[in-house]
Structures are given as C-alpha cells and as structure tokens.
Design a binder for this molecule. Structure first.
Ligand SMILES: CC(C)(COP(=O)(O)OP(=O)(O)OC[C@H]1O[C@@H](n2cnc3c(N)ncnc32)[C@H](O)[C@@H]1OP(=O)(O)O)[C@@H](O)C(=O)NCCC(=O)NCCS
Length: 147
C-alpha cells in the first residue's frame, strides 16, 4: 500500500522480528510497555477465509498529534480487495472495540480528496466537524466524529 502512502504494520521496520512485534502490539493493547508518544491501541488484521484483506488501528486515547492529524482510528484495505464493503465492515467492527474501551466519541480523519474513506466513515455514522490543514501545511483533511 506504499502507493497510498499507507503503513500497513504500525511500528514495524526492517529490523523488526515478527514474534517480538506481535508481543509489542499485544502489550500496547493492554497499555503496557508504551514508548513516549505511543497511546494504548489495538492493531488488528481483517481476515476473510484465511486471507488478509486489510487492517485497522484503534487508539484508545488521543495525544496532541492524534487529536490534530491521526484520530482514534486508521484503516486500510489492500488494493485487490477494495470496493467490496470490507472497509465499512472493518470500521464497523473497530467502532465496537472503541466503544468497549469506553470511547463515546470517536475521531476519524481522512484526506479531503479520499472519497472512498470519507464515504466509509459517513456510512458508519461519521459527522463532519470540518476541514483542516494537515501537518504538511497544504493537504486538506476532513475531521469526522462518530458517536
Ligand atoms: C479508502 C479504503 C479504505 C476504502 O476501502 P474499500 O474496502 O474499497 O471500501 P468499501 O468497499 O467498504 O466502500 C465504502 C464506500 O466507499 C465507496 N468507495 C470506495 N472506494 C472508493 C473510491 N476510490 N472512490 C469513490 N468511492 C469509493 C464505495 O463505493 C462505498 O460506497 P457505497 O456503498 O455508497 O457504494 C481503501 O481504498 C484504502 O485502503 N485506501 C488506502 C488507505 C486509506 O485511504 N485509508 C483510509 C484512511 S482514513
């Protein structure tokens, strides 16, 4: 998903080892072993008949950067699996997790020109707060809240 400028595995780099990375994300979900600036979060893969089709990250808190640019939830669907409703289902299930963690309002941010993402968020109940400017000072981003 490099073409989309989308990181599939958050916190993964070329030196990462799979079992250690898995342990780290399970710790993060429990709010343990958090590096500075990292909030408790769940990172989950969407699996359809044994095939990974997408992923979601559900942040249980916002820090300053997430409040401005990242939001509570980020999601993506692999190119070969798009336009089949997977993003909508991934976000729907992510919202269940967010609510289970006590979030009553969920912030989701997407690029203003990302029609697929905006439509997905709106179909899951997103209410547009407004359009802001991203960190780069140029890109327009939509800020949605889901109650
Ligand atoms: C945006 C993205 C998640 C959509 O995934 P998807 O599985 O194709 O989405 P869905 O099939 O659930 O479609 C949801 C709605 O968006 C519409 N849609 C999806 N892709 C679209 C596109 N490129 N242009 C316009 N509408 C689009 C669908 O038609 C559907 O609306 P409908 O039910 O009214 O027809 C996917 O394109 C992606 O991963 N993009 C790169 C990463 C990204 O942008 N993530 C979101 C960050 S907030």
């Amino acid at each position: 998903m490099k073409k989309d400028n989308f990181t599939f595995l958050l916190g993964w780099d070329d030196d990462s080892e799979w079992p250690i990375w898995l342990h780290e994300i399970s710790q993060h979900r429990r709010g343990l072993s958090l590096s500075p600036g990292i909030v408790p979060a769940a990172q989950l893969c969407a699996d359809v008949n044994g095939q990974i089709v997408g992923r979601i990250s559900v942040r249980f808190q916002l820090n300053k950067e997430l409040a401005l640019f990242g939001g509570h939830i980020g999601f993506g669907v692999l190119p070969d699996h798009r336009q089949r409703g997977y993003a909508t289902e991934i976000l729907r299930q992510g919202l269940v997790i967010a609510r289970g963690e006590g979030l009553t309002r969920v912030l989701i941010i997407c690029n203003d020109d990302n029609l697929g993402s905006a439509r997905t968020i709106e179909m899951c109940g997103g209410e547009l707060e407004g359009v802001a400017t991203a960190e780069d000072g140029a890109t327009k981003i939509r800020r949605y809240w889901i109650k």
